[in-house]
Design a protein. Structure first.
Length: 367
C-alpha cells in the first residue's frame, strides 16, 4: 500500500503537536512552583487587586489583540489587499498556531507559505510574502537592538543570574543572544539577496535542488514557483517607499504591542513604582528574550520562555516570587490561546479552502 504523504495541514492536525508544548510548559511551571512552594504561596497572598489592576490587565489583553491586528494589516499590505479581513485573520491565527507547535519562533514559516498559497496567492508570491514578513521582523530586531544598547547599555540587558561560569568562562544569556543576533543578520542578508538582489540565482538554486533524483518529480512545480518568485521580486522592487513604510510600521506596531503585554501585566500585579526607564528596560530585555527564543529547540519556546521571563524580569516584580505567576499568566494570554484558536479555526479553514462551502449539518430522517 502506498504511504500517505505528510502534508503541512496533516501535521498541524496531529493532537500530539498541541499536547507536547502544553506538557513542556506545565512541567517547567510545576517544577518552579513546587521547588519553592512556600515562597510562591506567600507571594500570591500579597496580591491586592484594585480597579487599576483591572484596567492594566485589560490594556494587556488589548495589546494581545493589537499585535494580531498589526500582523493582519501587514499581510494585507504585502499581498496588495488580495486577502480580505476574514482571510487575513485565518492566515495569522493558523500561522501563530503553527509557530506555537514547532521549534523556534520562526518554525511556522513553511506552513505559512502553504496557508497563504491556499488563499489563492501563487506559490512563488506566497513564498516571497512569507520571506518578506521574516525580513521585516528581522529588520526590526537589527534596528532596535543597537538602539536599546545605546540607551540602557550592554551590562543592564543581561541579569547576572542569567550568566554562569563554566571551566573559567562566563556562558549564558549574553552568549546565546550573540549567536541569535548573528543568525538574524545572516537570515536578513539571505532574504535580501534572494528576494531583492539575485532572484534569478535563487530560482536557479531551487531548480538545481529539485533536479536531485528523489525530488525530481516536483521539478515542474519548483520551476513555476521560481518563475513566480522572479516576477514577484520585480514587482516588489518597483513598490514606492510608502508601501515599505506602511509594512514596517505595522511590524513595529505588532512587536511593540507584543512586548507591552508584559509591561502592563507587571503594572497589574507589581508593588514597585516603575519609572519610564524601568519600562524601557523591560521592553529591551524582551528583545533579548525573543532573540534567544528564536533558536529555541522546544515547540513555541515552551519551557524556555517561562525560565527566561523569570530570569530577565524578576527584579521588576515584588515580591520576587510573583515572577513565576506573572510569567504563567503571560503565557496563558499570549501563547496558549493560539493553540485553542488554531484547533477551532483549522477544520473550518480546511472546509472553506478545499470544499468552498459551509459546514454541512445532517438532520435525522423523519420516521
Amino acid at each position: 500500500m502506498a504511504k500517505k504523504r505528510n502534508s503541512p495541514i496533516r501535521q498541524l492536525m496531529s493532537p500530539g503537536k498541541i499536547l507536547i508544548p502544553i506538557g513542556i510548559g506545565l512541567a517547567i511551571v510545576a517544577y518552579f512552583i513546587f521547588s519553592d512552594y512556600n515562597e510562591q504561596k506567600e507571594a500570591l497572598s500579597t496580591i491586592s487587586w484594585t480597579w487599576k489592576s483591572t484596567m492594566w490587565f485589560a490594556v494587556a489583553l488589548i495589546m494581545v489583540a493589537l499585535r494580531d491586528v498589526g500582523y493582519m494589516i501587514r499581510i494585507r499590505i504585502l499581498t496588495d489587499n488580495k486577502l480580505n479581513w476574514r482571510q487575513a485573520f485565518d492566515v495569522i491565527m493558523l500561522w501563530e498556531f503553527a509557530s506555537s507547535i514547532t521549534p523556534s519562533v520562526v518554525g511556522g514559516s513553511g506552513v505559512a507559505i502553504f496557508i497563504v498559497n491556499r488563499e489563492n496567492v501563487p506559490l512563488g508570491r506566497s513564498t516571497a510574502v512569507v520571506m518578506i514578513t521574516a525580513f521585516l521582523d528581522e529588520l526590526f530586531y537589527v534596528l532596535m537592538v543597537p538602539l536599546v544598547l545605546l540607551i540602557v547599555g550592554l551590562d543592564n540587558l543581561f541579569p547576572l543570574s542569567m550568566q554562569k561560569e563554566f571551566f573559567g568562562y562566563m556562558l549564558g544569556a549574553r552568549e546565546i543572544f550573540i549567536v541569535g543576533y548573528v543568525f538574524i543578520l545572516m537570515l536578513l542578508s539571505a532574504i535580501w539577496l534572494g528576494i531583492f538582489r539575485f532572484p534569478k540565482a535563487a530560482r536557479s538554486l531551487l531548480l538545481k535542488l529539485f533536479s536531485l533524483g528523489f525530488l525530481e518529480r516536483w521539478r515542474k512545480g519548483a520551476e513555476e514557483t521560481g518563475n513566480d518568485l522572479v516576477i514577484t521580486s520585480a514587482e516588489l522592487r518597483l513598490k514606492p517607499f510608502s508601501f515599505w513604510w506602511k509594512a514596517f510600521v505595522a511590524t513595529f506596531l505588532s512587536w511593540t504591542a507584543r512586548f507591552w503585554v508584559v509591561n502592563f501585566l507587571i503594572l497589574s500585579f507589581t508593588m514597585i513604582d516603575l519609572s519610564l526607564l524601568d519600562h524601557f528596560l523591560i521592553y529591551a530585555r524582551q528583545l533579548v528574550m525573543w532573540v534567544i527564543l528564536l533558536i529555541s529547540p522546544t515547540p513555541g519556546g515552551s519551557g524556555i520562555a517561562e525560565v527566561a521571563f523569570s530570569g530577565f524580569l524578576q527584579e521588576f516584580i515584588a515580591p520576587a516570587g510573583l515572577a513565576i505567576s506573572i510569567g504563567v499568566i503571560w503565557r496563558l494570554i499570549s501563547y496558549y490561546p493560539y493553540l485553542l484558536m488554531g484547533a477551532i479555526i483549522l477544520p473550518r479553514w480546511i472546509q472553506r479552502v478545499y470544499l468552498g462551502r459551509k459546514l454541512i449539518t445532517f438532520k435525522k430522517p423523519e420516521s
